[in-house]
Design a protein around this ligand. Structure first.
Ligand code: ATP
Ligand code: MG
Length: 359
């Protein structure tokens, strides 16, 4: 019995392997918490393009559109390209087509992962970067101009409509995190002292902040934010910023907690949502059983939590918390020590360690 359905797109390379882990863990959670998600799986991505000349089968795009959530592995392979020379990346089109304006990148230190920052407080790193995904400097993609080989221009776009949705999303997230013990703080990262677009961004942030008096609102210039992200990241809770700044700072964030296979992400709109690990298809390790499934599993937990809140299903939220806690414990107890960070465990061992801590 299920009235919620998810569209499963494993994609290419290790996307397929970590999706296998996610589906195994999902069925454990379904049994344990007594819910069912109808999952419809479709091929798609670079390998599919090589075989068929299309990104995804007919119907897969519509299945993604009509699903309650999209669970995504990774698409793209370096040697398979569109005629214009860029990599096969249908999910970049999904961001626009499904208006997935809020990229959610939790930056959290898991136990027993390499300490990139020396401070003992590095164990407390637990922040979320909210990346605007549909405009900012990336709005210029495909539209930049080179004039007479003398000059090049790209344009940064900030709209009120998208910014309002983005900030409301960030404040709402901070409020929910505060209920679980976080600081209840949103930091707007900008360069309002230099750019009119960024001053506009900040003005809208301040307007929206007034609707969330229980959440603290602060500003930080992007350069100072970069400094503090490596110097004292534990001072941040939710950070919200323009597309390009977030592109850079989320890699800094990934860097301070130690590995691509540890970084989950979500791309959220008002009508649609997509959940995927932050890493790519990693052809260098594909097919060897070495992929770290942690990012995929944490993305799956984010999906369950989002579905649970959106549809008022307490069991899904409980399952999300249980999965999150199981990952945390598997690392804390040394049962999950992925090869990616120098440990002995491949995809299967990490997945098993997490599943054992759910049941
Ligand atoms: P994309 O263009 O899709 O961002 P990319 O070229 O940046 O992809 P990834 O596929 O993310 O690269 O891989 C970067 C490096 O990190 C590779 O060496 C890869 O093996 C490693 N890596 C990425 N994800 C994982 C994972 N889940 N487990 C282990 N190693 C990983
Ligand atoms: Mg990359």
């Amino acid at each position: 019995m299920s009235d919620l359905n998810i569209c499963v797109l494993p994609g290419d390379g290790i996307g397929v392997e970590v999706m296998g882990a996610a589906r195994a863990v999902l069925s454990t959670l379904e049994k344990r918490f007594g819910f069912r998600l109808a999952a419809e799986e479709h091929p798609g991505g670079a390998a599919y393009w090589r075989e068929t000349g299309r990104e995804m089968p007919q119907g897969a795009w519509e299945a993604a559109r009509s699903a309650d959530a999209i669970l995504f592995g990774s698409m793209g392979l370096p040697d398979v390209r569109y005629p214009d020379g860029t990599e096969i990346a249908p999910h970049l089109k999904m961001r626009v087509d499904f208006d997935l304006f809020a990229g959610v990148r939790p930056i959290r230190r898991l136990p027993n992962t390499p300490a990139v920052l020396a401070s003992p407080r590095a164990a407390d790193i637990d922040l979320v970067i909210i990346r605007e995904l549909t405009e900012g400097l990336f709005a210029s993609r495909g539209k930049g101009v080179v004039i007479d080989d003398r000059e090049a221009r790209d344009t940064l776009v900030i709209t009120r409509a998208t910014s309002e949705k983005l900030f409301d999303f960030a404040f709402d997230l901070a409020r929910r995190r505060k209920a679980k013990g976080s600081a209840g703080l949103v930091t707007c990262v900008d360069k309002a002292n230099v750019f009119v677009s960024m001053a506009f961004f900040r003005k809208i942030f301040d307007e929206r902040a007034r609707n969330f008096p229980d959440v603290e609102a602060r500003h930080h210039y992007v350069d100072a934010a970069a400094l503090d992200l490596v110097r004292k990241p534990w001072v941040f809770d939710v950070m919200v910023m323009e597309n390009m700044y977030a592109d850079i700072l989320s890699d800094v964030g990934g860097g301070i907690v130690g590995g691509m296979g540890l970084a989950p992400s979500a791309e959220i709109g008002l009508e649609h949502a997509l959940f995927q690990p932050a890493h790519g298809s990693a052809p260098d390790i594909a097919g060897q059983g070495l992929a770290n499934p942690t990012a995929m599993l944490l993305s799956t937990a984010m999906m369950l939590e989002w579905l649970g809140h959106r549809h008022g299903r307490e069991r899904l939220v409980e399952a999300a918390d249980a999965l999150d806690a199981a990952v945390e414990r598997a690392f804390a107890e040394g049962a999950a020590f992925p090869a990616e960070i120098g440990g002995p465990h491949g995809t299967a061992e990490v997945t098993r360690a997490v599943m054992d801590r759910i049941a």
